[in-house]
Design a protein around this ligand. Structure first.
Ligand code: HEC
Ligand code: HEC
Ligand code: HEC
Ligand code: HEC
Ligand code: HEC
Length: 272
């Protein structure tokens, strides 16, 4: 009898230990591999903890904004902008140095974004600090900063002209704002964005024709190289746009459109 009891206890113990190992394995597996699409964040404790937070809404919503952004796609985790200790599993340790953006000392305060974003967007920041916007932002806080136009962690790039003009109008059509002296800026900005999009589209069209031509083994080296040059010019124009020289930006965008259109027409004449 005693022997049966002992055997039972041993068996029971083994089952419990086995079950325990399995549950340990699943919980460490859950911690170690974030779900689909987040493999780059295997060791990022900010992302691992925040992805399962549902409250408070304000915090949870920011996680989803990030998830939806180009930054999430390009392995730019929370700590790259917020600071903190990305390896700490404990909340207090992780949050050391993380300050809410409303604090003047926060890396993410509107007036400090140029420094924080400069780590990866030097050219854009260099253009932006030459603008009157930056002067105003620095002197009085009354000027747009990066997130005024791009929202949290750039979940948004404004590609739709009416949206651009609405955004500019919040200051440029407000009567008591000194920005109202540039009341034409919103409409002009909408045109610049439309001109950027038009140039983007004709470049894409040419790229499509070139890829079709390649399938037919056509010789399109010259067109390909010229198109690359136009892509570079357009990219530079989007950076330079941050100086808010609207006439200059428009001219660059239109030049690219005209040159890329010529390339597209040449491709069409070649039978594509
Ligand atoms: C173990 C879980 C955990 C880890 C790890 C963690 N957080 Fe948090 N975080 C929270 C919780 C919970 C909140 C909600 C507010 C609170 O309880 O402090 C929060 C809030 C925040 C907020 C909003 C603060 C505020 O008061 O508005 C920011 C920003 C933030 N975390 C960034 C980070 C960054 C950056 C990292 C990594 C360096 C990180 N978190 C790591 C759990 C965590
Ligand atoms: C590219 C930079 C960038 C990245 C990456 C980023 N954030 Fe933010 N975050 C900001 C900026 C700028 C603000 C302030 C403006 C705003 O709220 O829109 C902010 C605000 C927040 C806030 C509101 C509290 C506050 O300080 O205003 C929370 C919560 C937050 N972020 C969480 C996160 C979490 C969690 C991650 C990673 C999953 C993350 N952020 C990644 C730039 C970033
Ligand atoms: C650690 C590097 C890093 C930091 C810091 C960073 N970014 Fe980025 N950002 C990137 C990368 C990488 C991309 C993707 C570029 C690409 O796809 O060509 C990007 C893309 C963007 C885009 C384009 C988004 C789109 O959908 O096309 C905007 C706008 C942007 N960042 C704004 C910001 C702002 C504002 C800040 C500061 C709050 C910031 N970034 C901080 C690395 C960074
Ligand atoms: C007044 C509005 C405004 C401000 C302020 C602003 N941007 Fe932009 N940004 C735009 C617009 C509009 C575009 C062009 C969108 C397009 O590609 O057609 C753009 C484009 C970009 C891009 C390139 C996206 C792409 O399509 O390649 C990056 C990166 C970027 N901005 C970063 C920043 C950073 C960093 C700051 C702060 C130093 C900043 N922006 C300030 C409006 C603004
Ligand atoms: C947060 C408020 C704010 C927003 C949003 C804003 N601006 Fe401004 N802008 C200003 C202020 C303030 C001035 C400077 C007025 C002065 O000279 O006193 C200014 C000046 C300008 C100037 C003239 C300065 C120069 O360098 O020639 C242009 C052009 C301009 N803004 C374009 C835009 C465009 C385009 C947008 C939208 C994409 C925009 N602004 C959004 C506040 C804003």
């Amino acid at each position: 009898m005693l022997r049966i009891k002992l055997a039972f206890l041993v068996l029971f113990g083994a089952v419990v230990a086995f079950g325990f190992t399995i549950s340990l394995q699943t919980s460490s597996a859950q911690k170690k591999s974030p779900p689909y699409g987040l493999a780059a964040y295997r060791d990022n404790q900010c992302v691992i903890c925040h992805l399962s937070l549902t409250e408070p809404l304000r915090v949870s919503a920011h996680f989803y904004e990030w998830l939806n952004s180009r930054h999430a796609e390009k392995a730019v985790g929370c700590e790259k902008c917020h600071g903190g200790n990305v390896l700490a599993k404990d909340k207090e340790d992780a949050h050391k140095g993380v300050l809410r953006s409303s604090f003047a000392q926060s890396r993410l305060h509107l007036q400090n974004l140029t420094t924080t974003c400069n780590a990866c967007h030097q050219e854009t920041v260099t253009a932006f600090v030459q603008s009157k916007h930056f002067q105003k932002l620095k002197d009085s806080g009354n000027g747009p900063s990066c997130t005024t136009c791009h929202h949290h962690m750039a979940s948004s790039v404004i590609y739709w002209p009416p949206e651009t003009s609405q955004l500019c109008a919040t200051c440029h059509k407000a009567e008591s704002n000194p920005a109202a002296q540039y009341a034409q800026a919103p409409a002009q900005a909408a045109d610049v964005i439309a001109a950027f999009s038009r140039a983007d589209e004709v470049i894409e069209w040419s790229q499509f024709l070139i890829s079709e031509g390649r399938k037919r083994r056509m010789q399109l080296r010259a067109e390909e190289e010229e198109l690359k040059k136009q892509e570079q010019i357009l990219k530079a124009a989007k950076v330079k746009w941050h100086e808010f020289d609207l006439d200059g930006s428009r001219q660059h965008a239109d030049q690219v459109f005209n040159e890329a259109t010529k390339i597209k027409n040449r491709l069409v004449r070649k039978g594509l």
